[in-house]
Design a protein around this ligand. Sequence first.
Ligand code: UDP
Ligand code: MG
Length: 319
Amino acid sequence: MDISVVVPLYNEAESLPELEAWIRRVMEENGFSYEIIFVNDGSTDDSWHVIRRLSESNPAVRGVSFRRNYGKSPALNTGFLRAKGDVVITMDADLQDSPDEIPALRSMIVDEGFDLVSGWKKKRYDPLSKTIPTKLFNATARRVSGIRNLHDFNCGLKAYRNKVVKHIEVYGDMHRYIPYLAKNAGFNRIGEKVVQHRARKYGSTKFGLDRFVNGYLDLATLWFTNKFGIKPMHFFGLLGSLMFILGLIAIIVVGATKIYNMTHGLHYILVTDSPYFYISLVLMILGTQLFLTGFLGELIVRNSPGRNHYEIEEEISHE
Ligand code: UDP
Ligand code: MG
């Protein structure tokens, strides 16, 4: 099969017939064999009904329905597990992404050798309250992930080589960072294509402004787990040791000064009257705690199934 189109959706009943007809037209015009996997993320409207109906008239339409709303990432992940096409396309259900982009996206994977191609909504039709924070968000994501050439990490319209989607796990709200997940899994031919964007035709956005707070927290998590996920001691141990040593130096200075002054008949103060005493106390306590956190992290890693999971690309063996 040439293409799997994965569509996560939450209360998008009005858009679905139009979307299906449009995708079908593009596929037929280009002679692609395809499937559309609609993942109904616990919609409370008619969406699942509509999907059932569409699947009756078009055998390429598949559907999965969650019992409740889990979020876009779990919906995408579910679609990814089922996708059979050589190229997997994801797109939003709200008709903001255009299916006309599919042939060009596919060609970048098949002919140009990209593992992942992300859309770039260069000209956006979204409110200002969204476009400005988005710019900032993308600049941060570029820096942290080291994927310098992407302008629009969270674009819903993306194309993947099939093996990419089988080797990444999108959970929580991590759909915003799929290119980063792919990079961490060793797929580094990541490209970008400017795509058409349109204003939402039906319904309303499913994400509020909290997306930006959560987005940053998730980015911090990904950075940390990628860098120190299986060696937490390298992070906590270093930080803890540094703090402890600073505290130790401070307390030695405080004590030594007092003893020196006492034995030389100079004016001296109580250790507890020195601000450095308290600073050192805090540093040493925090340092120890960080160190212990590192140990606990290491104990958890010892039991984690992922601690020896590698992505093996090729192997030579004479057996
Ligand atoms: N979506 C989903 N589950 C959710 C929220 C959103 O499957 O809990 C789908 C939604 O139906 C749409 C896509 O994710 O197909 C993008 O959502 P939306 O258009 O609301 O986001 P925006 O375009 O405002 O970023
Ligand atoms: Mg949208």
